[in-house]
Design a protein around this ligand. Structure first.
Ligand SMILES: [Zn+2]
Length: 227
C-alpha cells in the first residue's frame, strides 16, 4: 500500500530525522549528502608507505582521503553520540574504495588498540568502529583481540626517533600466534606512522607475514626527501 508506506516513511523521518553530518541537509540514509561526499578528496588508493616517517615493518600504507575542511568536520563527528554509526559508515565508504588494492586480499583486520585506562576515559575505540565498516565493505573479518596496549604511553614529543620507536614498541602485546597471516591495522589518521610501525613490529614478531596500515585520512604534505 503506497499511501501507508509514505505515511510510515514520513512518520519515521519525523521521529528519527536523518541529516548530513556536515551540512545538515535531510537524508534518506547514510551520514553524508552527495554534495558533501563530493567535497571529500580521495587519494586514489595508492600505497603511501614511502611517504611516512616510520615505515619500518609496514608493507603497505593506505589512506582513503586527503585532509581538508570537510574531512576535518567529518572526523570530528567520530567523537559525538552518533560516533559508532559515523565510524562504521566512513569505514564502509573507505573500504569500497580499497576494493582494487591488496587490502581486499588480506586474511584479517585489526584496530590500533587503546590502553584500558584511555578506553575507560573515552568509552570507545573509534578505530574499531571504522574497522567494522571496512571489514563489511571488503568482506575480510576483523579481530580486535589479537593485539593489546599494555603501557599508557607518555607524550613522545621530547623523544628522538629511536627512543620513540622503543617507547611505542613496548606498549603493545599480542595475544596469539598469527602464523603467516596477512593483517591490516586500522586507525583514523595516518601521520608519521610511529604507532602503526610499533604495532606492525609486534604482529610480525608473532609471525604475521604481511602488515598493511589502513586509515581514513592523511595530510597532503609530501615529506621532502633531501639528498
Ligand atoms: Zn551535506
Amino acid at each position: 500500500m503506497p499511501f501507508w508506506n509514505s505515511v510510515y516513511n514520513l512518520s519515521m523521518k519525523w521521529i528519527f530525522p536523518n541529516n548530513c553530518i556536515c551540512c545538515k541537509a535531510d537524508l534518506d540514509n547514510g551520514i553524508l549528502c552527495n554534495p558533501c561526499i563530493n567535497e571529500l578528496d580521495t587519494t586514489g588508493g595508492k600505497d603511501r608507505v614511502s611517504d611516512i616517517f616510520f615505515p619500518e615493518y609496514i608493507d603497505e600504507a593506505y589512506a582513503c582521503w586527503w585532509f581538508n575542511d570537510t574531512l576535518q568536520d567529518v572526523i570530528h563527528h567520530l567523537k559525538y553520540a552518533d560516533r559508532a554509526r559515523v565510524g562504521k559508515s566512513l569505514g564502509y565508504m573507505a573500504g569500497k574504495q580499497f576494493l582494487d588494492t591488496s587490502i581486499s586480499s588480506l586474511d584479517m583486520l585489526t584496530a590500533i588498540p587503546l590502553h584500558k585506562k584511555k578506553k575507560r576515559e573515552r568509552g570507545y575505540n573509534q578505530a574499531l568502529w571504522i574497522g567494522k565498516g571496512i571489514s563489511e565493505a571488503i568482506d575480510v573479518p576483523i579481530d580486535a583481540s589479537i593485539i593489546h596496549r599494555q603501557k599508557y604511553t607518555v607524550s613522545q614529543t621530547t623523544l628522538d626517533r629511536e627512543e620513540r620507536l622503543q617507547n611505542m614498541e613496548n606498549a603493545f602485546v599480542t595475544s596469539r600466534p598469527l602464523n603467516g597471516l596477512k593483517i591490516g591495522i586500522i586507525d583514523d589518521v595516518l601521520t608519521t606512522g610511529a604507532t602503526m610501525s610499533a604495532c606492525a613490529k609486534k604482529l610480525k614478531q608473532n609471525s604475521a607475514e604481511v602488515v598493511v596500515a589502513i586509515t581514513l585520512a592523511t595530510p597532503k604534505i609530501q615529506i621532502e626527501k633531501t639528498s
